[in-house]
Design a binder for this molecule. Structure first.
Ligand code: PMT
Length: 405
């Protein structure tokens, strides 16, 4: 695909280098268009070497090729990172006073802005209005990350990590309408990863969940405007999604406590975590040794069913009108196929929507892609096509919208 990476003049311009590299390594053709001020931070030669393409800021370079029109027309995706307050103001006004803004006017493909600026600039009414204008024009403007800014101050306005920008850009290539702002004003609780149930100081009962599906849900929900709390168990090393409150837990009981605390009054809870159904009844204070005293049997105690508990709390009026979405990691067996088991699980748990993943070697757990089915409490069933976990997340959120009160 043909990707244009526009680079604004901010200190985060150096992170555009990693983004360009990520696109070229995954086989995309990248054209970098910096602003003049971006070149104060990163030299033209760096962008030329990383993209393998000439770099210019001006509409007067290579004039017979008409680059100010052609690059935008031919692009499959334009990503602006970092998008400074000034660059977004010029883009919102429809200015065309350099090659990048001219390209933005001629692009008919998805356009993704990844803002980076100080908190005061991000929150200024002028920037807020420019962001709204860009969104109204069809562009996706990411929520920035919170954290350390240039200097010693911290707050919202930090450029999301290149990997996160790459992930959302890839989602827009898979599905250009994946990121509408239809969750603005909504509070969504999402669980991710696997729980670990300790047996002794060394060992635990765990599972293969990497957290990738739950993190993708949190990332996509936040970029669709939701206020997201992500309750994460054990995961592989995953960067925290931008603009998401992250709560870490280890065991199923801790997950139950965290869900109880955050779910009350939420618009939706999505349980993507793989929760251990049982825990060792006794946790040994010292490592269990081989030998004469080694146990023949390890007694297990049932963990609370958090999803079913949420449904009970809602029925008893302790939760609110919260929409409740479960996930099911299923295999077929002699008693039925994946969907037969999943339908029974939906009836047992009583949630509004069940996302069904068939699991097995290289499927659902740990990998970057997923597919499955969506079962509704109203009896509706639909297939979720194979694609990135962000794509599946976007489809699940589409199905959630009509369930929100
Ligand atoms: O993390 P990844 O590597 O990206 O993999 C994603 C995934 C396969 C883990 C995810 O897509 C998924 O399917 N998550 C649910 C896994 C699971 O625990 O399924 P289950 O069939 O055991 O549980 C059904 C539902 O009940 C789940 O929503 C689970 O969160 C919930 N549950 C289960 C047990 C329990 N004691 N309390 C619960 O709330």
């Amino acid at each position: 695909m043909r990707i244009v990476v526009g680079v604004g003049g901010g200190i985060a311009a150096y992170k555009a280098c990693a983004l360009v590299r990520r696109f070229t390594e995954t086989g995309h053709q990248v054209r970098v268009i910096p602003t003049e001020s971006a070149l104060q931070f990163v030299g033209k030669a760096t962008f030329e070497a990383l993209s393998g393409q000439p770099v210019s800021t001006s509409v007067f370079t290579d004039v017979p090729e008409v680059p100010h029109v052609r690059i935008g027309q031919e692009a499959d995706l334009v990503v602006i990172a970092p998008a400074t307050a000034d660059l977004m103001a010029r883009a919102a006004q429809g200015r065309a006073d350099d090659l990048l803004t001219a390209t933005l006017l001629t692009a008919r493909c998805p356009v993704l802005f990844a803002p980076a600026m100080h908190t005061e600039m991000w929150e200024h009414p002028a920037t807020v209005a420019n962001v709204a204008t860009l969104r109204a024009h069809g562009a996706t403007v990411m929520e920035p990350a919170s954290g350390r800014l240039t200097g010693t101050d911290t707050g919202p306005g930090r450029l999301p990590e290149p990997e996160e920008i790459f992930g959302l850009a890839s989602l827009l290539l898979e599905r250009p309408d994946a990121l509408p702002r239809d969750l603005e004003g909504r509070r969504v609780i999402i669980t991710a990863g696997g729980t670990r149930e300790p047996l002794d100081p060394v060992r635990f009962l765990g599972n293969r969940s990497s957290g990738k599906q739950g993190y993708a849900l949190a990332r996509v929900a936040a970029q669709r405007g939701a206020s997201v709390t992500l309750i994460a168990g054990n995961t592989v090393e995953l960067a925290p999604p931008a603009a998401v409150d992250l709560v870490h837990i280890t065991t199923a009981e801790q997950l139950a406590t965290a869900v109880d605390k955050h779910a009350v009054g939420a618009d939706a809870v999505i349980m993507a975590a793989a929760v251990a159904d049982f825990r060792p009844t006794n946790v040994a204070a010292a490592k269990i040794k081989k030998g004469a005293n080694e146990p023949d049997v390890i007694p297990l105690t049932k963990n609370p069913d958090i999803l079913a508990g949420l449904v009970t709390a809602r029925t008893e009026g302790r939760l609110g009108d919260t929409a409740i979405v479960g996930f099911a990691a299923e295999t077929g067996d002699e008693n039925g196929d994946v969907l037969t088991h999943a339908r029974a699980k939906l009836a047992r748990k009583g949630c509004d929507l069940l996302v069904v993943n068939a699991v097995g070697e290289g499927k659902a757990f740990e990998v970057d892609t997923n597919d499955g089915w969506l079962l509704g409490a109203d009896g509706t069933e639909s297939a979720l096509d194979h694609g990135s976990k962000a794509l599946l997340a976007s489809r699940v959120l589409d199905a959630l919208i009509p369930l929100l009160h």
